[in-house]
Ligand binder design. Structure first.
Ligand SMILES: NC(=O)c1ccc[n+]([C@@H]2O[C@H](COP(=O)([O-])OP(=O)(O)OC[C@H]3O[C@@H](n4cnc5c(N)ncnc54)[C@H](O)[C@@H]3O)[C@@H](O)[C@H]2O)c1
Ligand SMILES: O=C(O)C(=O)C[C@@H](O)[C@H](O)[C@H](O)COP(=O)(O)O
Ligand SMILES: [Zn+2]
Length: 388
């Protein structure tokens, strides 16, 4: 076992303090990245406030290119388009992509490039991604690559996208052999989170988002982990106040980590990958979409915790507490079809692999993780077997 970095820094008042009340109803968090800094605005039923925020945050807006998940076009994208059209001298084009993980593909990316071209997009145009993580990742990469980069705005409509994928600028698509294998770091101009969207989500997709919320508690926010243990029932009931707190706290966590290591070079940002080496292999081997990303992350965090116990990094009580919280959140904690023979070759393509060696984010206690290299593949197999 080789701990490569103690990837955590203690939480301080300073780095918890990046939140401000933007209005009576909205909270605002800044992702501090010098000239690439941008706000995350969080509230419920706030579409009426978007035009003013765009005037403030996205200057020189004359052409909006709206890419929305087809299933939320009427309910959530149309009101945004109405708002954009109400801004003086703004031309709006709109297209849809199909729902589901298989849309994060080179075929859909290529169609979006052609659509951008035929819509007359130029370097002053602004792309709006409305939907879950699939749309955010795909449309974000279209923005990163079209004419070598145009501005974009993230309008996440799923819990997972609100707490994780819309923030931090990781964009990309899948290859059949591996998740997110082609992409770019490309930060948005603004993340606009209206938690009202969560009320129309299907149960399975909604619960999937809770896995990434639990992740923040384990990797760097023990106090939030305890809050989640006490408030899981309110989150399951989609209580507005509980959601506002969970989304805000998660975005604060993500903003802190991204500020400290935007491009995952120092090891700090890699903590957001807790459970993901296993999760991405589960998703790819099960076939994209069969197991949702958050479900795979839940199972992957269990496997990572078992690996950490086996390596003497933490004790059993961590796994017990994590299992209890994930179960209370209605998430799976095992995967009967997990096949180490199929998963290990996929895991070797993980982006944390260095010099041909697997590296994992492993917990030492709730709120603390380490980037650990040179792990014995036999122990990785045992961790997979432990959660079948
Ligand atoms: N870029 C990042 O940092 C990052 C972080 C985490 C996850 N991800 C990626 O995000 C993806 C998963 O995102 P996801 O969970 O949002 O999945 P998703 O985008 O597939 O959305 C889940 C489902 O919810 C539907 N939907 C969206 N909004 C809705 C609403 N308000 N009401 C009803 N239905 C709605 C969609 O049509 C879809 O069927 C994965 O590809 C994962 O790899 C990226
Ligand atoms: O933002 C990050 O950094 C993350 O790792 C967040 C993860 O939840 C997310 O699933 C991400 O897409 C995984 O990135 P990858 O680099 O392992 O593909
Ligand atoms: Zn993830």
């Amino acid at each position: 076992m080789a701990p490569e970095s103690s990837a955590n820094t203690p939480s301080t008042t300073e780095n918890r303090g990046n939140i401000a009340a933007a209005s009576g109803r909205r909270a605002s968090i800044t992702v501090e990245l010098a000239e690439r800094s941008y706000p995350i605005e969080i509230g419920t039923g706030i579409t009426g406030e978007l035009a003013d925020v765009l005037r403030q945050e996205v200057g020189d807006l004359s052409h909006a290119l709206v890419i929305a998940d087809e299933s939320i076009q009427t309910h959530w994208a149309d009101p945004i388009i109405e708002c954009l059209s109400s801004i003086d001298n703004v031309r709006v084009n709109n297209t849809n992509v199909p729902s589901g993980e298989t849309t994060k593909s080179v075929e859909h990316l290529s169609r979006l490039w052609d659509w951008l071209l035929s819509s007359g997009a130029d370097r002053r145009s602004v792309l709006f991604a409305i939907g879950g993580g699939v749309v955010g990742d795909l449309a974000g990469f279209a923005a990163a690559s079209f004419t070598r980069g145009i501005r974009f705005v993230q309008i996440p409509t799923t819990l997972l996208a609100m707490v994780d994928s819309s923030v931090g600028g990781k964009t990309g698509i899948n290859l059949s052999g591996g998740k997110n294998m082609v992409g770019a770091f490309w930060q948005p101009e603004l993340v606009w989170i209206d938690t009202a969207c969560l009320q129309t989500m299907g149960e399975r997709d909604y619960l999937s988002g809770l896995a990434e919320v639990v992740k923040y508690g384990v990797i760097e926010d023990a106090e939030f982990f305890d809050w989640l243990c006490k408030n899981a029932a309110s989150l399951l009931a989609r209580d507005h106040a509980a959601l506002q707190h969970a989304v805000t706290r998660s975005c604060q966590s993500k903003a802190r980590v991204v500020r400290d290591d935007e491009r995952e070079t120092s090891g700090r940002r890699a903590i957001l990958n807790y459970g993901h080496t296993f999760a991405h292999a589960i998703e790819a081997t099960a076939g994209y979409g069969a197991i949702l990303h958050g479900e795979a992350v839940s199972i992957g965090m269990q496997m990572a915790a078992s690996l950490a116990i086996d390596m003497g990094l933490c004790d059993e009580s961590l796994l017990t507490r994590q299992t209890e919280l994930l179960t209370a959140c209605g998430l799976p904690v095992q995967f009967a079809d997990a096949d180490a023979d199929k998963m290990l070759p996929v895991m070797m393509r993980d982006k944390k692999v260095a010099h041909g060696k697997l590296r994992f984010i492993l917990p030492t206690d709730i709120g603390n993780v380490q980037l650990v290299g040179d792990v014995d593949p036999a122990q990785v197999r045992s961790a997979i077997q432990a959660h079948r």
